[in-house]
Design a protein around this ligand. Structure first.
Ligand code: 1GP
Length: 232
């Protein structure tokens, strides 16, 4: 069984975006610790399955990050289930999760399920709009959500989501200092385009997530793996 506590870097691939075989091979053989399949727009069972089959050819963990019930399918190593800490819309905290348990609960292997406490820090991103996390949390808020995830709920994962924008390093660091005392693994994602940025974030977060850069600037994206692995 894979253990996210051992990871440092992951690529997040969007089933709704094109990636050719050559680039996919380089991504999967880059030394990254896992591939997360996920997105908030135009994700269907068909495009999820198609990407899963292609990633499965490589010997690294393949994770489905669930953002809608329609995309749930067997065949992944792990299932990441976000619960949005900074929304007031209950469906994104426990509502959809309860619906999923009703529909798929008996088929699920609890060992493959990993809850991510999501703090969405870019109110302009699609995930923020979808889930109603539209107030920008400041450093103090982010620290409070990290504490909520790490100290109170003791979640396996805290995910600081800046999707599309590079994070406020002060807030990133503060959350990292706090979570270092807990068993919660700290994922950071958002706006990483260069090896330098990946290295900077890697000094504070346990796991650095690189998404869009794979599609927009693949050469730079591939360099983030070594940059993170060499950061302490
Ligand atoms: C998105 O956190 C990930 O869910 C990665 O963000 O696409 O901005 O790298 P980017």
């Amino acid at each position: 069984m894979y253990d996210v506590r051992e990871w440092r870097h992951v690529f997040k691939l969007d089933p709704n975006k094109e990636i050719d075989d050559q680039l996919l091979e380089r991504v999967c053989e880059s030394g990254t610790d896992a591939i997360i399949v996920g997105g908030s727009d135009g994700v269907t069972l068909d495009n999820v399955l198609e990407l899963m089959v292609r990633v499965r050819r490589y010997p690294l963990p393949c994770v489905l990050e669930i953002s809608s019930l329609e995309m749930v399918t067997p065949g992944f190593d792990l299932y990441f289930i976000p619960t949005v800490l900074n929304t007031k819309r209950a469906e994104w905290i426990t509502g959809l999760h309860a619906a999923a348990m009703k529909e798929y609960g008996e088929l699920m292997n609890p060992d493959e399920l990993v809850v991510e406490g999501y703090c969405i820090a870019n109110p302009e991103c699609k995930a923020a709009k979808l889930t109603g996390a539209t107030e920008k949390p400041d450093t103090e808020d982010i620290t409070a959500y990290a504490r909520l995830a790490g100290h109170l709920w003791k979640l396996p994962v805290f995910y600081l989501e800046y999707s599309g924008t590079y994070g406020d390093i002060k807030a990133v660091k503060k959350a990292g200092d706090l979570l270092a005392e807990t068993r919660t693994t700290y994922f950071y994602g958002g706006g990483i385009r260069t090896a330098e940025q990946a290295k900077e974030i890697g000094q504070h977060a346990d796991v650095v997530v690189v998404g869009n850069a794979v599609y927009d600037s693949p050469e730079e994206a591939l360099k983030t793996v070594t940059a993170v692995k060499n950061s302490v």
